[in-house]
Design a protein around this ligand. Structure first.
Ligand SMILES: NC(=O)c1ccc[n+]([C@@H]2O[C@H](COP(=O)([O-])OP(=O)(O)OC[C@H]3O[C@@H](n4cnc5c(N)ncnc54)[C@H](O)[C@@H]3O)[C@@H](O)[C@H]2O)c1
Ligand SMILES: O=c1ccn([C@@H]2O[C@H](COP(=O)(O)OP(=O)(O)O[C@H]3OC[C@](O)(CO)[C@H]3O)[C@@H](O)[C@H]2O)c(=O)[nH]1
Length: 386
């Protein structure tokens, strides 16, 4: 049966230039595009480990519809040609791990702003559509967090719900280099918006709110550097797998809403296949119903991991740590992130489905299945060599 868009028009097969296709979000988007659509993907990245299962030249039903190009977009003259060959470019490439923002601020700014410039320019000059991945971090802190702790206004959604077309972007001082990432993302959003306004670039900007699931980041010492600090899902998974305490930065009081990667990918597919409804828009993509403090996240993951692994929890499963000790000088944090869903609902009729419990259950089942044996081996080797 012919596939149709939200307005009942047939969907033409597209060629998509996906930059950063080898990362967490890219790998899930490639999987979805291969298994459920006829679209072709030119997958650009410096790594391909997370999409290797899709690239096998023979024996896969989508044989030939995905091509991997090992390209660093900082310096590769093939980039413009690949964008020209495509109907749509999706840019996911970025340094996007908070541990890097205040320790590698230059790399962070270059990656999120300077390196994205040619992509925007080539799309604009060649009249190609662009879907650019920004972040919920562009909102920074909520207005509510500046009110006195006992102010009743803190309960008023106007002071904390984050709206694409209304909310201000509130970052900390320059010495809090945590905000170098958010600031670079904000400026590239403004540039894309200006290209749309002045030169007619067809664009969509996505602001992901803590998408999580299998293949997110790495487990230190197994498929990433031993001293590396991934995002919170992988930090907590690593601690659970090693039977170590989960570290709560500044007491784990910050709040986040987490969304299952598979729900979020449904939203991206709707943007890809409904340009008339998605062009010119900035979309929050998150799950406002899945809000927890980081401490509650740690407690929930501990409880679920007991069920998944069959191992009892530690007597004291968490430990507090200062942000200075964990991330170093210049760290700061977003206090609370609840996405407003009005625009994405109106334009694409999309809503997230999966509860936090269910998404953590399936993700921790994957983490246990993928890493538990490897961790046991490295841990027993380390003990034997003592
Ligand atoms: N996962 C989330 O919840 C989340 C939240 C907010 C924003 N985002 C944004 O979504 C995008 C993708 O995030 P992710 O979670 O998949 O991150 P990721 O780190 O898993 O993926 C990014 C990919 O980009 C590649 N890349 C980076 N620089 C490159 C370069 N110069 N040339 C070629 N490839 C390069 C990396 O190798 C990596 O595979 C990023 O722009 C990020 O800022 C993600
Ligand atoms: O071991 C840990 C690790 C982290 N925390 C705290 O958890 C909160 C969430 O941290 P994290 O998932 O690393 O990232 P953020 O939500 O702060 O930022 C991301 O949001 C979107 C994105 O743009 C891309 O993913 C990125 O910037 C935070 O409060 C940490 O301090 C912890 O307690 N223990």
């Amino acid at each position: 049966m012919a596939r149709v868009d939200l307005d009942g028009n047939p969907i033409k097969p597209l060629t998509i230039c996906m930059i950063g296709a080898g990362g967490f979000i890219g790998s899930h988007l490639c999987e979805k595009l291969m298994s459920e659509t006829p679209h072709k993907v030119l997958a650009l990245d410096v790594y391909n480990d997370k999409i290797r299962h899709l690239l096998d030249p023979e024996g896969l039903p989508w044989n030939g519809r995905i091509q991997f190009h090992r390209i660093n977009i900082k310096h590769d003259s093939r980039l413009e040609g690949l964008i020209k060959m495509s109907d749509l470019t999706i840019n996911l490439a970025a340094i996007c791990t908070p541990a890097d923002y205040n320790t590698r601020p230059l790399d962070t700014i270059y990656s999120n702003f300077i390196d994205a410039l040619p992509v925007v320019k080539y799309c604009s000059e060649n009249n190609k559509r662009l879907i650019h991945f920004s972040t919920c971090e562009v909102y920074g802190k909520t207005i509510g967090c500046f009110l006195p702790k006992d102010s009743p206004l803190r309960q008023d959604p106007d002071y904390y719900v984050l709206k694409e077309d209304v909310s201000p972007c509130i970052f900390g001082p320059i010495e809090k280099q945590r905000w170098s990432y958010a600031c670079a993302k904000q400026l590239i959003e403004r540039l894309i918006y200006a290209e749309g306004a002045e030169n007619g670039l067809e664009f969509t900007i996505v602001r992901p709110f803590n998408w999580i699931g299998p293949r997110m980041d790495f487990i230190p010492g197994i498929d990433g550097p031993s001293e590396g600090v991934p995002r919170v899902l992988a930090c907590f998974s690593n601690a659970l797998l090693r039977r170590e305490q989960l570290k709560l930065v500044d007491g784990g009081q910050s709040q986040r809403t987490f969304i299952y990667i598979k729900d979020a990918i449904e939203a991206v597919l709707l943007m890809i296949e409904n340009p008339a409804r998605a062009n010119g828009h900035i979309f929050n993509v998150g799950n406002p119903n899945n809000e927890v403090t980081v401490r509650q996240l740690a407690e929930m993951m501990t409880e679920i991991y007991v069920k998944v692994s069959g191992e009892p929890a530690l007597e004291v499963p968490t430990v507090d740590i200062s942000s200075k000790e964990f991330y170093g000088e210049g760290y700061d944090d977003s206090d609370k992130r609840i996405p407003d869903m009005t625009i994405i609902n109106k334009q694409l009729g999309w809503n997230p489905k999966t509860s936090l419990w269910d998404l953590l259950d399936s993700t921790l089942t994957y983490q246990h299945r993928t890493y538990a044996e490897a961790i046991k081996k490295t841990m027993s080797k380390a003990t034997a060599s003592k």
